[in-house]
Design a protein around this ligand. Sequence first.
Ligand code: PLP
Length: 363
Amino acid sequence: MDQTTPSTVRPRENVGTIPAYVPGKPPVARPGLTAYKLSSNENPYPPLPGVVAAATSVVEQMNRYPDMGCTALYDALAARFGVPVEDLAAATGSVALIYQLLQAFCDPGDEVVYAWRSFEAYPIAVSAAAATSVQVPVTGSGEHDLDAMAAAITDRTRVAMVCTPNNPTGPAVSHTALRAFLAEVPPRVLVVVDEAYVEFVRRPDPVDALALYREFPNVVVTRTFSKAYGLANLRVGYAVAQAPVAAALRAVSLPFGVSGVAQAAAIASLEAEDALFERVEALVGERTRVLEGLRSAGWEVPDAQGNFVWLPLGEATLDFAAAAGEAGITVRPFAGDGARVSIGEPEANDRLLQLADPSFLPT
Ligand SMILES: *Cc1c(COP(=O)(O)O)cnc(C)c1O
């Protein structure tokens, strides 16, 4: 074949517009210094009790396809959350569910409204679906501006996404505010409530997303086993929505996407909830300690309701990230804007507090 002939195969036009996902960097080992990865909002704890044994028993059946219907996982989730099995859809992480729902609900050019800055997978998933992003700036304190989001809905809007707590800025919306937003949104617009960090929320008037999905047939709640449950590597998340919406999500799913190992680990994790709550409490305690430390050093950090804090570093962001790397912690910088730092082991958090010297404060 003539290697110089230009290729005439072309992906769809939207594929060229998909922004790259920037994964959190792993830490660089330095002699005499334990390195910590605080760049991907991972859980620093090992798997919950019983999870490795449950997962290992399935590893030995890796020659067999997994249960495509995720039957046992759906039964466990239905029992845990008091929802019908028909209202559930599991997938390879809640990111996959976001792709699936855009694929199932958006035609090319349809608009998807979401806050910005928010989860970096949103613009990627929207471009991949050939839909159009409508980004509504978060407030100065990193909160969703739900009034502005409601006002941004047009005849072309098919989906609105609410990330609560918001990754990477940290605040969570209140139940009252979210319910008022849902009352404004036309029922033909699907509203995604992305609750990847729901277990860490301690604000007053917290969102009860399951009550909202029961009240509003256009609500989809997405959750994940990647963060509080500590199964990021296994890729499993789920959505709760009224049956027709959940059925659409399942219809466009990859056959056999969620591995048997992931299904078994998720079920065993649900059975270990006492240990889960203890760990989440410890992380929330560390989050409070870090926030107080930063604020007493003069930082104006937004409320933190996930397992991470946001440092509004502005132009100092990349310098700060480099200094953090030197100190053996990896953070997630967003150039010119700020850095997201996950709550990790107490020693890692100590290191952040030492590093967040007021000299980095934006002037
Ligand atoms: C981490 C995260 C997810 C879920 O990730 P998966 O590992 O794909 O389940 C979803 N939304 C937000 C906002 C996140 O930060």
